[in-house]
Design a protein around this ligand. Structure first.
Ligand SMILES: Nc1ncnc2c1ncn2[C@@H]1O[C@H](COP(=O)(O)OP(=O)(O)OP(=O)(O)O)[C@@H](O)[C@H]1O
Ligand SMILES: [Mg+2]
Length: 286
């Protein structure tokens, strides 16, 4: 079981490494040159160490290529599933509009449409995760970012009976980060969505922005929901790790990938039964 889980994690990391695919290649080449030079040296201990290093680099390169190919394969399948899925969904919607159906029969079609939409979301997440993150970075006003995300999430939150509180930043000037607004919106939506999912009806989720230090801004998403158990905590950023029956387990893996591509960091504190706080650290705009 653990081998399987490690395998899934590594595949995800291999695709994530597309963010530094070129850098990885350059590093590998530099390492090979270094090891070859070391091999030419006369000292036996150094030569032996260099030979071991060389073997390791070659092994990692072969493994990296295999995993990258697997990632591309998964992305190709996900892509091919998505096209007919959209077509099925559109045709069912047309039939639903045209046919004179009893309420019972219409409900069957509604369930089919909901399931198709869920499948489409999962496939879209897999595709998104498989693709390298391309950022279109610009200065982003964090207050506006939170406000837009809150508006977009309001139907989901009201369905769950969860209230969203946005704490104004305690800073003299508006907090601005250097980032891709679409991608940061996606991260906030994922984090607040998870927080709402873990909360009981009537609870509230807080989003606040603060100055972390002179180079970084922190965005916190705090909930008072079920919290995360000690066994699960180290695994929540692994691709496909989920405890939800309808979850794909890619939300946090994508958040992590996007934030790292920004040169930022994402952290979590959680107490089972009391709640969780996710903190996103992003570079402040110059
Ligand atoms: N705020 C939270 N409170 C409690 N558990 C959480 C919270 N956020 C994440 N988790 C745990 O981490 C797991 C992984 O989260 P992630 O967002 O990656 O996937 P998911 O929500 O299960 O599915 P999806 O891919 O649809 O987002 C969740 O299934 C849940 O167990
Ligand atoms: Mg999620």
């Amino acid at each position: 079981m653990s081998g399987f889980l490690v395998g899934r994690f590594v595949i995800g990391r291999a695709r994530e490494s597309s963010l530094g695919g070129r850098a990885f290649q350059l590093q590998a080449h530099a390492l090979v040159v270094y090891q070859l030079l070391a091999l030419l040296l006369r000292r036996r201990a150094l030569r032996r160490r260099a030979l071991r290093g060389l073997l390791l680099v070659v092994l990692l390169c072969v493994l990296g290529r295999r995993l990258a190919a697997l990632g591309q394969f998964a992305a190709a399948i996900a892509h091919d599933i998505r096209t007919p899925l959209t077509s099925i969904s559109l045709n069912v919607q047309i039939l639903r509009r045209k046919l004179q159906l009893s309420d019972d029969d219409r409900e069957h079609l509604d369930i089919a449409l909901e399931e198709l939409a869920r499948l489409d979301r999962s496939v879209a997440e897999i595709l998104d995760f498989a693709k390298p993150v391309k950022l279109s970075a610009e200065p982003v006003d964090v207050g506006e970012l939170i406000e837009t995300a809150a508006k977009g999430l309001s139907p989901v939150l009201s369905e769950k009976g969860v209230r969203l509180e946005c704490e104004p930043a305690l800073a003299a000037a508006p907090l601005t980060v250097q980032g891709d607004p679409m991608r940061l919106h996606q991260v906030l939506t994922n984090l607040v969505g998870n927080a709402a999912e873990a909360s009981a009806p009537g609870a509230h989720v807080t989003v606040r922005a603060t100055v972390a230090d002179d180079r970084r801004v922190a965005i916190e998403v705090e909930d008072h929901g079920r919290g995360i158990g000690a066994d699960d905590l180290p695994r929540i950023f692994e691709p496909f790790f989920t405890t939800r029956p309808d979850g794909t387990g890619l939300g946090l893996a994508i958040c992590h990938k996007v934030i790292r591509a920004h040169g930022g960091d994402i952290r979590v504190r959680s107490t089972p039964g009391q709640g969780s706080t996710f903190t996103v650290l992003l570079p402040a705009a110059a």
